[in-house]
Design a protein around this ligand. Structure first.
Ligand code: F6P
Length: 320
């Protein structure tokens, strides 16, 4: 293996740059050349690339975002798009590809490998932490801490005005961010797409809290769990309590990565290069039971990662 390529695909996540740095430096350490495809699979299809050397990744370890930029690419889901991408890989004599991204990037990676048989390793980097095969993804810890920092500020005004706040966090159709944030901020209620809830149950919990002397309450809600403003109106109509909504939004996607996100990126980036020099197949790296693991990439597409309901139950117990 002489020349490998790397790309960051799909939604960006804090720590992607640390990943790029770990991939490029490890590859050069093991005597490989590295090409970076810009703007994810779209740039791969368009052959938008740059040579990566030790200085290309200097000083970026603590930067949010990705220096290669990224975009969501519908073309990679088409036969024509895959053929174009494979042709670009072959034209550039790429003998291994590392794709850094979320479940969309992984699904594209599986198609690319099946069409090209060019060895490929996926590095799980997404704030959603919804990838099967890994307990943690690059960027998740940072997104959770970013949301937490906002909620700690909202708690002050919620207390001062004795209000209920619904805090909407990202996560697409999944509740991993909301569960981690809800537990870490001591939310009274956590609403997840994976767990059914009713307005009656919500208002009963809030009234129980009021009766036990709570001045304010925080409801952390995953964006995929429903319409936060509509629920706010319904709670006000039923209880008469003052309810406000705060949507944390895209701040969760940016900012300097935490040490946890950076060190996961360091470990994953280095391991991905080592795996790529040894494998003929499509693999992913992941974090399980306190260590880096290597799995077939298609595992991530074939299985659904489940929410830890014990954590959800714990959050309920601690909110009394
Ligand atoms: O996958 C990461 C994520 O931030 C999700 O949490 C969110 O639902 C989605 O991307 C937003 O997508 P876009 O960046 O295309 O607006």
């Amino acid at each position: 293996m002489r020349r490998i390529a790397v790309t960051t695909a799909g939604g960006d996540a804090p720590g992607m740059n640390a990943c790029l740095r770990a991939v490029v430096r490890s590859a050069i350490y093991y005597g490989l050349e590295v090409v970076g495809f810009e703007e994810g699979y779209w740039g791969l299809i368009k052959d938008k690339k740059r040579r990566m050397d030790l200085r290309s990744v200097s000083g970026i370890i603590s930067w949010g975002g990705t220096i290669l930029r990224t975009r969501r690419c519908e073309e990679i889901k088409t036969k024509k798009g895959i053929e174009q991408a494979v042709a670009v890989l072959k034209k550039n004599r790429i003998s291994g590809l590392i794709t850094i991204g979320g479940d969309g990037a992984f699904r594209g990676g599986i198609e690319l490998y099946q069409a090209s048989k060019i060895p490929l390793v996926g590095i799980p980097a997404s704030i959603d932490n919804d990838i099967y095969g890994t307990e943690d993804t690059v960027g998740f810890d940072t997104a959770v801490n970013t949301a937490l920092a906002s909620i700690q500020k909202i708690r002050d005004t919620a207390f001062s005005h004795e209000r209920i706040f619904i805090i909407e966090v990202m996560g697409r159709e999944r509740g991993f961010i909301a569960l981690a944030v809800g537990l870490a901020c001591g939310a009274e209620i956590i609403l997840l797409p994976e767990i059914k809830y009713s307005l009656t149950k919500i208002t009963q919990e809030l009234e129980k809290g009021k009766k036990s002397g709570k001045k304010s309450s925080i409801i952390v809600m995953a964006e995929g769990a429903g319409a936060s403003y509509a629920i706010a109106h319904q709670i006000k109509d039923v209880t008469g309590y003052e309810v406000r909504v705060s949507v944390i939004g895209y701040v969760q996607r940016g900012g300097s990565p935490t040490a946890r996100s950076v060190n996961l990126a360091n470990l994953f980036g280095h391991q991905a290069v080592k795996v790529l020099t040894r494998t003929k197949r499509a693999k992913m790296v992941g974090w399980q039971g306190g260590r880096v693991v290597v799995l077939p990439l298609e595992y991530s597409a074939r299985h659904r990662k489940e929410i830890d309901r014990n954590l959800y139950r714990l959050a309920q117990i601690l909110a009394i």
